[in-house]
Design a binder for this molecule. Structure first.
Ligand code: NAG
Ligand code: NAG
Ligand code: NAG
Length: 248
């Protein structure tokens, strides 16, 4: 009997985990509401860059993988050292594995490091960027338990990957690996077929590396595509390399 009620308590605890304590209006972009004291509903760093990467050595061969989701300040700058050193978490892989094994397995597929352990990469993304998303600060949760906001961040980021298929958006316009394309044709394809406004990025040799998709944030985690706040003149003609990974 006792163990049953403990089990029930545990279940009840689990169901309230990671629940936001407020219902936020999602009517206006955070950057038009700056100065609001309610940073759980109005993101302080309200411009979001969601970055996916094209790493030839990383599976699968027809999908982009996640780089990160980066809150920028509304004046276009950002912090290089994160926004809360007291929540500089390490071993985030172990934390997410214990709390949500399905999410852990998913992240190992779609959020891979190109060098070094995935968990170290996730630590870095969380500490440098996740801590800057004020709508998931600890005080924004009901019965906050340590790491609720970390798990929420990972859920928010992986949800963007589920929502957008950049590879398909490009392929539907005939933009496939193994040839050169203009940056503007790639951005136009992503706009037309994925509904995002983006910057296509390249390395020093002109090889395509990443897509940075730009969003306004409304409420806690509603993202509305917007035009990039800057428009560099680079990467005009890029090589889209095939992935070198074996199909499995
Ligand atoms: C942008 O905003 C940050 C934080 O409010 C401030 O520290 C920084 O000086 C601002 N930078 C510019 C270029 O306005
Ligand atoms: C987090 O801690 C690590 C190790 O102590 C350090 O190298 C890193 O710079 C810290 N990151 C941030 C964003 O504070
Ligand atoms: C393809 O793009 C690369 C990188 O910009 C460039 O070095 C190469 O000359 C291009 N090839 C063609 C056929 O345009």
């Amino acid at each position: 009997m006792l163990s049953k009620s403990i089990a029930l308590l545990f279940l009840a605890g689990a169901t309230v985990a990671q629940q936001f304590s407020q219902v936020c209006p999602i009517t206006a972009p955070a950057c038009s509401l700056q100065g609001s004291a309610n940073t759980c509903c109005v993101a302080k760093d309200g411009w979001i860059v969601y970055a996916e990467t094209w790493v030839p050595s990383v599976t699968p061969s027809n999908k982009f993988t996640i780089h990160g989701l980066w809150p920028d300040r509304c004046n276009g700058t950002w912090s290089d050292s994160g926004c809360d050193a007291s929540r500089n978490y390490t071993s985030t892989g172990d934390i997410v594995k214990a709390r949500n094994p399905d999410l852990f397995n998913l992240m190992n597929k779609i959020w891979q490091s190109s060098s070094g352990p995935n968990s170290d990469f996730w630590d870095h993304e969380w500490n440098k960027h996740g801590t800057c998303l004020t709508t998931i600060d600890p005080q924004c949760f009901v019965n906050y338990q340590k790491y609720d906001e970390l798990i929420k961040y990972f859920e928010i980021v992986t949800a963007q990957h589920a929502k957008y298929d950049f590879y398909k958006a490009l392929a539907d316009e005939g933009i496939v690996p193994g040839a050169n394309y203009t940056r503007s044709s790639m951005e136009a394809a992503l706009n037309k077929n994925a509904g995002i406004r983006s910057l296509v990025r390249c390395d020093k040799t002109g090889t395509f590396t990443e897509v940075w998709a730009y969003f306004d944030i409304l409420g806690q985690d509603t993202f509305l595509p917007r035009v990039p706040d800057y428009n560099p003149n680079d990467c005009q003609n890029l090589y889209y390399p095939p992935k070198t990974v074996k199909k499995c």
